[in-house]
Design a protein around this ligand. Structure first.
Ligand code: ADP
Ligand code: MG
Length: 687
């Protein structure tokens, strides 16, 4: 990537200390720095005259400097102490820690200064100042400028960061664009280096949006290219596995229920794939609760019946253990040997599991992505099943193992996604869909609800001996998760007398597993959790779910969440409670966009259509994890264009992939994907 990979230490003013601070934040090269997206853009506060100042309301003053002094502060450093006049009015202005500005501001200068005034008798505390002279244009442009606010990096002040960015932009300016010009021009996008400058140093909101659009496009393109290259790398010769009907019957008899027609169809499609000497790469899409696990287990047992090994990979330790428990129950009394491998097992145990795998002493390995580590070698791995593949780039990792003989691969996903998104995320894997749910089971009802109604319903369910979930959004910036804070409040008030457990990602694994087990066994009635229960948690006695701050979740996430209740004999209900409005503001009406979006869940049961609606309303950024990385997130990109972008990115990816587009450029995009959070795909719930 040429100068993009220049180490940051080569920039002026980056010594060992600053370099360490930057590295701490994962910033090592120019591209890392340039891809550090501004969190938001601030505009200067509106201009006011001295007499119109209101306490604590940010404002910009324009006046003449009557006196300017550099003054020592009590706690070290210096500040700039000014007297400003505007007509007959005068005010004292202090710029804390900025005594050095004394050299720039002289008595008699006409300046603009932004800041806030605490009230009668206090000085105006300035945060930015500029000598504007008599020119109306200079003043105008200073008043209308956009100020990018970057994430805080301890040890690197915002001013320093801006200076480093300026130098970095100068060093990469004019570099060849990784996106071929024909595509770029057709899409009306700026070049990459232009885009970076527009995002970091915009002169208008339109600028910032234009730059952000290009970076969003590149992110989508890098996802799409990554998925395509992984899915084509998974192609290759494989061991054909064919199972007789008699054996298949015995396998299906191990399951505690009869497969539905759709499950059976999926199984036979998979079996005919497995019988080929070419590696299967199939995506099994099925709504939550559609019974993908049983289909996957049937395939796994078919592989084992042909004396091949199989691996089942889950996105979390908790789910891996749930799958292992399930398999142990279904396989009780059989000769099939099961192993597990997650990051929870001590290294020594993992090593001995690896040895057993290499000797062929384990038939089925259930684990998380750690089981894909280079040190794990199988004697004859015939089939890999990836549950909820979008959670991490498992296919990519699998592809990276690059063996001459490939295992067959089956990816399961409950995320109902439109075709263009599926292509961008998974590449062109053949897909099988299970549309119907096991007989008689209904999609749990969702209602937009209030705290009182929701918790009354929850308590009634608990009284009847059923169980319930309470879900809170995770807010990344919070040190104590809302689940803990708010959940404990609810436990003391509305849930008083009810046995409550807590489950969230910040708890140590043992506590997570214990909370889930206690809930499963009925030792707690209510599980207060984050959306981490969205995938796979199977507790048939749970009938009610209350989702607080529901508008912070994506519709597809909410749909996944609702799949966690009503899995047993009784139907389930989900109460969606929108985030309360701040004090003093009118309550949300029926036309509030958040309510309109949530109401879709009341009438729409098809996860696929919900996902599409959400994609239209929120754009693909939320789906592809772009939002959380800033670019496109701080920018109100037109959503129609967002969606068009996804199609465009997918098209461009397929052209570039087919043309085996210049390695360097593909390399740039995979580097970009890594820097922007890897090829992970996480529907982003909370803001
Ligand atoms: P998902 O597709 O969301 O992974 P699961 O495989 O966990 O769904 O299945 C959801 C629930 O339905 C489980 O409790 C499972 O035991 C049950 N189930 C699956 N298939 C059938 C079936 N054919 N008949 C009855 N119950 C089934
Ligand atoms: Mg599942």
């Amino acid at each position: 990537m040429g100068p993009f990979s220049t180490p940051l230490v080569e920039l002026h003013g980056v010594g060992p200390a600053r370099s360490a601070s930057l590295t701490e934040r994962g910033l090592e090269t120019l591209v890392d720095l340039l891809l550090l997206a501004p969190l938001r853009y601030d505009v200067p506060p509106p201009r006011r005259s001295i007499v119109d100042l209101a306490p604590k309301v940010p404002a910009t003053l324009v006046g003449e400097v009557i006196s300017a002094r550099k003054v020592k502060q009590r706690r070290g450093g210096t500040f700039l102490d000014l007297t400003l006049s505007e007509g007959a009015e005068r005010i004292r202005v202090c710029l804390w820690n900025r005594g050095w500005l004394k050299d720039r501001v002289q008595k008699g200068d006409r300046v603009a200064v932004s800041g806030t005034w605490a009230g009668n008798g206090s000085a105006f505390s300035g945060s930015a100042i500029e000598v504007v002279g008599e020119s109306a244009e200079v003043l105008e442009s200073w008043l209308s400028r956009l100020e990018p606010i970057h994430p805080k990096i301890p040890g690197v002040a915002e001013g320093t960061l801006r200076r480093l960015l300026t130098e970095a932009l100068a060093r990469v300016a004019g570099m060849p664009d990784p996106l071929p010009e024909c595509h770029r021009v057709r899409l009306g996008l700026p070049t990459l280096t232009e885009a970076l400058a527009l995002v970091h140093q915009p002169s208008s909101r339109e600028d910032a949006e234009r730059g952000g659009a290009r970076l969003l496009f590149d992110r989508l393109l890098s996802l799409a290219l990554g998925a395509r290259s992984a899915s084509s790398k998974l192609e290759g010769p494989a061991i054909p596995m064919s199972v007789s009907e008699a054996v298949m019957e015995r396998i299906l008899a191990r399951l505690p229920f009869k497969l539905t027609k759709e499950q059976n169809e999926a199984v036979s499609t998979i079996l005919s794939d497995l019988a080929q000497p070419l590696a299967m790469r199939r995506l099994l899409l099925g709504d939550v609760g559609s019974g993908k696990t049983a289909v996957a287990v049937a395939a796994i047992l078919a592989a084992v019946a042909t004396r091949q090994q199989a691996m089942l990979i889950a996105p979390t330790d908790v789910l891996a253990n749930q799958h292992a428990t399930l398999l142990r129950t279904w396989l009780a009394g059989s000769r099939v040997r099961l192993g597990t491998m997650t990051s929870r097992e001590p290294r020594a145990i993992r090593r001995s599991t690896a040895v057993a795998l290499a000797k062929g002493e384990i038939d089925i390995l259930v684990g998380t992505h750690v089981a894909l580590g280079a040190e794990v070698a199988f004697q004859k791995l015939g089939l890999v099943v990836v549950d909820e593949q979008h959670r991490f780039g498992v296919l990519q990792r699998l592809a990276a193992r690059g063996k001459a003989i490939r295992p067959h691969v089956l990816a399961l996903s409950a995320t109902p996604i439109p075709r263009s998104l599926a292509l961008a995320l998974f590449g062109d894997l053949p897909m099988t869909r299970i549309a119907a749910r096991p007989h008689g089971r209904q999609t749990p009802k969702a209602i937009v609800s209030s705290l009182t109604v929701a918790y009354d319903a929850l308590l009634a369910a608990v009284k009847q001996g059923n169980r319930a979930f309470v879900v809170f959004p995770t807010i990344a910036s919070e040190s104590t998760p809302s689940v803990e804070r708010e959940g404990r409040l609810r436990a003391k008030s509305v849930l008083n007398g009810v046995r409550v457990g807590y489950l969230h990602g910040k708890l140590p694994y043992e506590e997570q597993a214990a909370a889930l087990d206690a809930f499963r066994r009925g030792e707690t009635d209510v599980l207060v959790a984050t959306s981490m229960i969205e995938v796979g948690v199977d507790i048939p006695q749970a009938t009610v779910m209350v989702v607080e701050g529901a508008d912070r979740f994506g519709l597809a996430s909410l749909h996944q969440l609702r799949g966690r209740v009503g899995r047993g004999a009784l139907p389930g209900t989900v109460h969606l409670i929108p985030t309360p409005r701040p004090k003093g503001q009118p309550p949300r009406g029926d036309t509030d966009p958040a309510i309109v979006r949530l109401k879709l869940l009341e009438r729409e049961n098809d996860g696929f259509r919900l996902a599409e609606a959400d994609l239209l309303m929120r754009g693909p950024g939320d789906w592809c994890g772009v939002r959380q990385h800033g670019f496109g997130g701080s920018l109100p990109l037109a959503e129609g264009r967002d969606l068009g972008f996804l199609d465009a990115a997918e098209q461009v990816a397929s052209i570039l992939h087919a043309e085996r587009y210049d390695e360097d450029h593909i390399g740039w995009y995979s580097g970009l994907a890594e820097r922007l959070g890897g090829l992970r795909f996480e529907p982003k719930d909370a803001v």
